[in-house]
Write a protein that binds this ligand. Structure first.
Ligand code: NYM
Ligand code: MG
Length: 218
């Protein structure tokens, strides 16, 4: 029998601060996989298309105010409402590529001063990414990029505080899930240079992986 037939799709997450080039790289990866006739799907978080996502979108655009805890839980609820579809697609052999995930949820909310433990709990048992690629860019470079400052959280102070929290999130992932699940990538340089770095780290993950999808923080 063909052992590859039992493989599921890989769950790959891209993380980073605002304007680090994440969305560009995610789009290029999905394009490449489609050209190579591999099955892949992009999942953006927040997913602003759902009812919960519309509330999040209004908050991020400062069209609505919300308690810090309440918006934190909405971001998490937005992931939970997508969790079953992610699992289903992985089981069908589709590579699911997420533009942000629970790690942004913790880092941004903790940067506002919410307790780290509170931030972590609502996402417990969500599908565990097989690999998270954290794109790291010096703040001066992100600030210079177009559209920086458009949305809530896009201030230098907030980004620097979030950067510190992302370091704690990385430690937590490595402690609970092992060092291979989180990789930091230098996001400086041209789009092509960064793409090559990412491609090297992703390797043959997009050919599928063995074993069941894990649970986050479990
Ligand atoms: N964000 C994103 C959070 O604060 N919590 C979360 O759980 C997620 C997924 O939303 N500044 C923040 C990070 C971003 C903002 O994300 C919108 P994007 O990728 O710019 O659409
Ligand atoms: Mg943004």
């Amino acid at each position: 029998s063909d052992p590859s037939s039992s493989r599921r799709g890989a769950f790959i997450v891209f993380e980073g601060l605002d304007r680090c080039g994440k969305s560009t790289q995610v789009a290029r990866l999905v394009d490449r996989l489609e050209r190579e006739s591999q099955k892949a799907r992009l999942q953006k978080f927040p997913d602003r298309t759902t009812a919960i996502g519309k509330m999040i979108d209004a908050y991020l655009q400062s069209k609505a105010e919300m308690d810090d805890h309440a918006i934190h839980l909405l971001f998490s609820a937005n992931r939970w409402e997508c969790a079953a579809a992610i699992k289903r697609d992985l089981d069908r052999g589709i590579t699911v590529i997420a533009d942000r995930y629970a790690f942004s949820g913790i880092a941004f909310s903790a940067a506002k001063g919410l307790p780290f433990d509170f931030c972590l709990q609502p996402d417990r048992a969500l599908p565990l990414p097989d690999l998270t690629l954290y794109m790291s860019l010096p703040q001066e470079e992100a600030t210079q990029r177009s559209q920086f400052g458009e949305e809530r959280y896009e201030t230098v102070t907030m980004q620097q505080a979030t950067r510190k929290q992302f370091r704690l999130v990385a430690e937590e992932v490595k402690k609970i899930h092992g060092g291979k699940k989180w990789m930091e990538v230098d996001a400086r340089g041209t789009i092509e240079e960064v793409e090559e770095r990412l491609k090297g780290l992703i390797g043959d993950l997009t050919d599928g992986v063995n074993g069941r999808v894990g649970e986050l923080w479990v």
